[in-house]
Design a protein around this ligand. Structure first.
Ligand code: NDP
Length: 257
């Protein structure tokens, strides 16, 4: 039996890993009914590749203007998605948008912390809150037992740098204090969401994409976006209630919190 097609939303979909996720998903890696590819400036120069892709898949890709640090923008986006999915709801929310400031502790300002927290923690939190009705609608409509990304799921793109475990060993290579703390915070926020929404049958997962050659990862990254996203989509496709609130890398290996 063919897998059920899903409604998906991806933040930061205009470049890097977000754009590659849109590309691989509409090409069939995960069967998609409607893909809401959200970015800050869908008409701007940095969204050209996304616009081209959207033109190739006019009935599948919906580009939506979304700044995840702006609650009004999130609410408007939720309304637009609502008008498209109705009672079908949203099956998969991927909180991918993120920023990285490469500052050490002594270099990190209050503003650095606030900007990074706004994007990397508060944005994903507000996305979960505003899209909860759509995720719940997807659960209600679905006849799939248990938990899965085909039913209703929130995937947060986290980072190994948010793992507290090896900080002393890895710090000298990559301090990025605000980023590290924000990804640890994203992980905790996701844990809290999963605990609070325990009865909703919505799966929560955190994925580390690897060190990837994107604008953020830089040219020395170990893998390209295609390999990272291929891995992450394979992992997403196999997630069940057994991996609820898991922190996994793009190859499916569990990571220390
Ligand atoms: P990029 O810097 O290449 O892309 C970041 C994306 O996030 C862009 O689309 C950017 O949009 C968007 N974004 C930033 N702030 C906002 C905002 N306020 N509202 C909406 N969109 C926003 O990063 P990657 O693709 O490499 O990273 C994607 C995710 O993967 C991030 O969460 C990152 O932390 C994580 N990650 C990446 C790793 C890597 O090696 N690349 C390693 C570990 C984790 P715009 O074009 O408007 O700036």
């Amino acid at each position: 039996m063919a897998a059920q097609a899903v409604n998906v939303l991806i933040t930061g979909a205009n470049r890097g890993l977000g754009l590659e996720m849109v590309k691989q998903m509409v090409e069939g890696k995960i069967p998609v009914r409607k893909m809401f590819a959200c970015c800050r400036d869908p008409d701007g120069p940095r969204a050209e590749a996304l616009r081209t892709l959207a033109k190739e898949h006019p009935n599948k890709i919906y580009t939506i203007c979304l700044d995840t640090t702006d609650l009004c923008s999130i609410k408007q986006c939720a309304q637009l998605v609502d008008s498209q999915v109705g009672t079908e709801g949203l099956n998969l929310l991927i909180n991918n948008a993120g920023i990285l400031l490469r500052h050490s502790l002594l270099e990190t300002s209050t503003e650095d912390m606030q900007e990074t927290f706004n994007t990397n923690i508060i944005g994903p939190m507000n996305m979960i809150k505003e899209f909860l009705p759509h995720l719940r609608a997807a659960v209600k409509t679905s006849n799939i037992p248990g938990m899965s990304t085909r039913k209703a799921a929130v995937v947060g793109i986290s980072s190994l740098l948010g793992s507290i475990h090896d900080t002393k060993e890895t710090y000298s290579n990559m301090s990025s204090v605000a980023y590290r703390i924000s990804k640890a915070g994203l992980n905790m926020m996701t844990m809290c969401a999963a605990a609070e929404l325990d009865n909703d049958e919505i799966l929560f997962s955190l994925l580390h994409p690897g060190w990837v050659r994107t604008d953020m990862g830089g040219k020395d990254g170990l893998i390209d976006a295609q390999e990272s996203v291929q891995g992450m989509l394979d992992v997403m496709a196999t997630l069940t209630e057994k991996q609820n609130v898991s922190f996994l890398d793009y190859q499916g290996h569990p990571l220390p919190w």
